[in-house]
Design a protein around this ligand. Structure first.
Ligand code: NZQ
Ligand code: ZN
Length: 384
């Protein structure tokens, strides 16, 4: 196992009725900005619960944070924070709202010229405003990590940053808030969490059985509970299991001491940036294609995952590898998510501009740093 230090200060407040706990967790006297998206929280009663919990606070709101949040929108919120002497940010919504809030928290105190440098140039963050979350969409794990992904709409760049300063102080996870998710968002969330685990697990054998078993248990839970959430969307136990699985998938725990991949995410972000597909749709397309192209690197773990998660117990290594990838694809498709670029009306013409971006950035992707622009071309071709 590699050396590691693990730090995760996020307090999780989990369960039905937990939104009321905001009043115990937000410091007395804080001047709060509640940030949210396009209005789902007004329809499902979450806004009212938050407003009720905040009735003894001075608070303002900022709405309209879009899915795949825009940098430009974040900068408008930064102005509002400064004008109103806000000192605590509360994100209420999905990963997009929370990721935007993390950037806003850092940008408010940024002392360089352009806060976009936090994402584009890894500019150091010295201070951030405290933030917390009420998470309404199990998917990203953003509620228990210090990462954020933001898009600059003007240049179609979707980039990420991470800092311990933007960990939420606490996150409220009430599974009942996810009852109102449309089927496609439920499915997208399950796939995002599934692929997060794969990015940290589907690499090569590393003699880390605890991390492996934890990863596999999250995958098994998603495979078992995912279809139930679509069949019985108001089953509390199912929603609770998915919510906790999504959080555990990306709070850093299963990644400690082991190699990680993240190439499916990097490639997927470009598909979203250029063509607007939902984050999980890009992952459902890229992960299976990447597993096929990179199977020499990943074959042992693919066989292990096939056996332990999908019950693939027979055949040669080559056959088991393919059966496992097919099982992943059929799991995604059983949730109603398409797995080929052509099914989203995208063809070979999209490949070159994406490959070009990786040529310019000079990034070395994959757990062995061997996913070159040429390999990315192969992966996207396999995904057609
Ligand atoms: O905007 P509103 O009206 O709230 O509607 C949202 C949005 O349209 C809706 N929604 C959320 N909760 C709902 C609901 N609708 C009904 N009932 C509810 N309870 O769902 C839509 C999608 O929301 P969004 O926040 O965009 O989805 P998600 O949570 O999947 O977040 C995706 C973003 O997170 C980034 C992605 O790249 C993408 O930008 N990621 C962040 C990560 C992180 N911070 O660690 C890691 C991930 O890999 C990912 O990259
Ligand atoms: Zn993701």
């Amino acid at each position: 196992m590699n050396n590691f230090s693990y730090y995760n200060p996020v307090k999780i407040i989990f369960g039905k009725g937990s939104i009321a706990r905001l009043k115990d967790e937000i410091p007395t006297g804080a001047r709060v900005l509640v940030l949210y998206g396009g209005g789902s929280i007004k329809k499902n009663g979450v806004y009212d619960q938050v407003a009720d919990a905040l009735k003894d606070y001075s608070w303002k709101e900022f709405s309209g944070i879009e899915a795949n949040p825009h940098y430009e929108t974040c900068m408008k919120a930064v102005e509002l924070v400064k004008e109103n002497n806000i000192d605590f940010l509360l994100a209420v919504g999905g990963g997009s709202v929370l990721d935007a809030t993390k950037l806003i928290a850092a940008a408010v105190y940024y002392d360089g010229n352009d806060p976009w440098d936090i994402l584009a140039k890894n500019a150091p963050i010295k201070k951030a405003m405290p933030l917390a979350a009420v998470m309404t969409l199990p998917a990203t794990g953003s509620e228990m990590n210090g990462n954020s992904v933001v898009t600059k709409a003007s240049t179609h760049e979707k980039l990420s940053f991470g800092s311990p300063l933007v960990f939420p102080v606490f996150s409220v996870l009430d599974p009942e808030t996810s009852y109102s998710l449309p089927d496609n968002q439920t499915a997208n969330g399950i796939i995002d969490a599934f692929v997060h685990v794969c990015e940290q697990y589907l690499t090569y054998p590393f003699d880390a059985p605890l991390q492996d078993r934890m990863a596999e248990s999250i995958l098994q839970t998603l495979v078992q509970e995912g279809p139930k959430a679509l069949k019985t969307p108001k089953d509390y136990a199912v929603r609770a299991n998915i919510m906790w699985a999504a959080t555990m998938a990306l709070n850093g725990l299963i990644a400690v001491g082991v190699p990680q991949d993240w190439a499916s995410h990097s490639i997927g972000h470009e598909i979203t940036a250029f063509h607007g597909l939902a984050h999980a749709e890009t992952l459902a397309i890229v992960l299976p294609a990447l597993a096929r192209v990179m199977k020499e690197n990943k074959k042992e773990k693919l066989v292990q995952m096939g056996e332990r998660v999908f019950g693939v117990n027979s055949g040669s290594t080559e056959e088991r590898v393919e059966k496992t990838i097919e099982a992943v694809e059929s799991f995604f498709r059983s949730l109603g998510v398409r797995t080929k670029l052509s099914e989203y009306s995208l063809g070979a013409e999209i490949i070159d501009p994406i490959v070009q971006r990786f040529v310019e950035r000079g990034w070395k992707l994959g757990e062995k740093g061997d996913i070159t622009p040429l390999k990315i071309q192969e992966i996207l071709t396999a995904a057609l």
